[in-house]
Design a protein around this ligand. Structure first.
Ligand code: ADP
Ligand code: MG
Length: 250
């Protein structure tokens, strides 16, 4: 497949990020994600994985470089257009960010209700999804009574329920055992088959190996793992990567 820049779901060109006056925690990061691609984002703690995801879900602006989402240059996108773009992105936050005063069911239903869905459809859809993630018996539980791993699954269900065009997940299986992790990964695969572009930051080496999706590897703020995405390239469109070319051996 051949994409010109506008056909990528996510495109970074020489992106740098610093917090305040600190050092750059991301340096010259360049990559592009084709529609319906699926990548793992890996690298040691502190490498910049969460920071990279924050840029992708528009929680932060880069200190330099170009970010385009859904074919739009974010630096030229009006502030009032951002909420509409964010609604196309599902995010699984590392710290869940659920609403504690709502039940598991209501947390997951919320994005559908906001979008104006019919309550009968919402009911069925949310129940199915919560059952799939193993929370069929906890739908009406209040959030604080759920374990970390259960809350993590609620947050995953909330992120995927709207079938977003782009799904970003920050260590989404950090608090569940391998069996449930694999089940959650299957959920992401199903979403991916429907056309969602997926990026999952994870430490879970065995899952990464087992599922074999291409990897974006960060180390010390640099994106490694594909010669074409290394620092110092100056060309324009020619360096844009089709996700599949990130594939590594092993
Ligand atoms: N809010 C913040 N303020 C200042 N520095 C931060 C902040 N968040 C992350 N960092 C720094 O940015 C670097 C990358 O962190 P992070 O993106 O959380 O990496 P990872 O998710 O790979 O562990 C680290 O050096 C971290 O200390
Ligand atoms: Mg992190």
């Amino acid at each position: 497949m051949n994409f010109d820049g506008s056909d990528y779901v996510v495109r970074f060109e020489n992106v740098g990020l610093r917090y305040g006056l600190g050092p750059e925690v991301l340096q010259d990061v360049s990559f592009a994600l084709a529609p319906a691609s699926y990548h793992f984002l890996i690298g040691p703690s502190g490498a910049g994985k969460s920071s990279l995801l924050r840029l992708m879900y528009l929680a932060m602006k880069p200190s330099r470089g170009l970010i385009s989402l859904f074919g739009r240059d974010m630096a030229r996108t009006a502030r009032e257009d951002l909420p509409g773009l964010r609604r196309r992105i599902g995010v699984v936050f590392q710290d869940y960010r659920l609403l504690n005063h709502l039940s598991a069911f209501d947390n997951v239903a919320l994005p559908l209700r906001v979008a104006g869905g019919r309550e009968r459809d919402i009911q069925k859809h949310v129940e199915e999804l919560l059952s799939w993630v193993g929370l069929g018996d906890h739908m009406n539980a209040s959030l604080p009574t759920l374990s970390g791993g259960q809350q993590q699954r609620v947050s995953i269900a909330r992120a995927v329920i709207t079938k977003p065009q782009l799904l970003l997940a920050d260590e989404p299986t950090g608090n569940v055992d391998d069996r449930i992790a694999l089940r959650l990964m299957h959920l992401f695969e199903e979403l991916n088959k429907l056309g969602t572009t997926i990026v999952i930051a994870t430490h879970n080496e065995s899952l990464v190996k087992r599922l074999g999706h291409p990897r974006l590897r960060l180390d010390g703020g640099l994106l490694l793992g594909d010669p074409q995405s290394r620092r110092g390239r100056k060309g324009k469109g020619d360096e844009m990567l089709d996700g599949s070319r990130h594939m590594e051996a092993g």
